[in-house]
Design a binder for this molecule. Sequence first.
Ligand code: EPZ
Length: 422
Amino acid sequence: MEKFIVEKSPPLKGKVKIGGSKNSALPILAASLLTQESCTIKDIPKLQDIDIMKKILEDLGATVIWDEKDNVIHVQSSNITKTEANTELINKIRASFLIMGPLLARYGYAKVALPGGCCIGARPVDLHLKGFHNLGAEVIQEHGYVIARANMLKGAKIYLDFPSVGATENIMMASVYAEGQTVIENCAIEPEIVDLANFLNSLGAQIKGAGTDTIKINGVKKLEGAEHTIIPDRIEAGTFMIAAAITNGDIILENVLVEHLKPIIAKLKETNVNVEELENALRVYKDENTVLKGVDIKTMPYPSFPTDMQAQFMSLLLCGEGSSMVTETVFENRFMHVSEFKRMGAEIKIDSRTAFIEGKSKLSGASVKATDLRAGAALVLAALNADGITEISDIHHIDRGYCSFDEKIRLLGGKITRMKSS
Ligand code: EPZ
């Protein structure tokens, strides 16, 4: 096990290149199961979650070549040998459930372990299964597995009770070969949905409406291969935007799509942090004499403020003037970082889904632990601005979602070292 040792750091300054989106790469890798032709996927982030998805595809019989130097994956699923996923691998990442839709679409059968909950919530998959059922599949759950089977999936109208990202992705993939038209209403409109639809259309699928609350998929007979570049990771970008703000720094983020960062940019500007849009880049800076204003945050599905930025933004609000309110509406248990912040001297009170934050918390270094990948990143951000030394354990959570996080921070002047935990 490893830990981060983080000291109060000078203003972070310089340039950081944002990697490809983890939450786009994972569904797109799963989608490569839909075709027997080879696919080349670029800007794949070097993350543990990607490595696990690669192993899952290989276990099913796919050929996956990962050129980590150039961040490219070549995948070919021409000789899939089984449609029952390896349980041990599946249990390592929740996104593995996204292979269900492609296997069901292509082979009419899939058996995948039911993903467990995680610390941020129960994370059920009922909406995924409702979609498969509406498409005509027989879906049963037994002994901790989900089994779905269908001779021929038929296009259907599916209304999602909640605009679930994963359910939208799984149902979209399940319907690409279905007879007739499938309409998914009240679907997720996150940028990662659009990226997946663009990838599927480049294979020859017929998908319209991605990015709106209604997606229409006309079933096709066959898909080809394709080359695709993953969109930049808006959450990694948001995390480094906070790193600039919290250290009174001045950072230029390269490889960003400003369009995807609007809710984060808007909130940061409300706190008096400067954000300047450059050509395919973003400059975020704050002068040490500018007062950081407390603001209220409410996480909601895109294009509202993203739940995956809640913990990181909270670390900034701890340093703001006055009080702030953070309401988490997407996951039922996504305040695990609060108790860790409190160990650093933060004044936060939680009342069900809202955290009340007293600003100007004199944060001081402490021993804390990462409870999930975004909470872990948030602790690093807070530690960059806390007096003394902070030791962050369980950093494997951070490595799941951030590529070379500590190296990128060191290059910007941050005092962070990675050590073996004793
Ligand atoms: C994706 O998870 C992301 N993961 C999450 O990012 C992100 O937080 C989440 O979307 C919301 O934006 C990936 O893309 C790999 P959901 P997903 O289905 O698809 C409930 C990170 O930090 N729900 O939109 O699992 C669910 O319980 C991770 O990178 C049902 O009730 O999210 C939750 O409360 C964390 N039934 C809400 O919807 C279902 O069938 C949002 O879940 C599905 C979901």
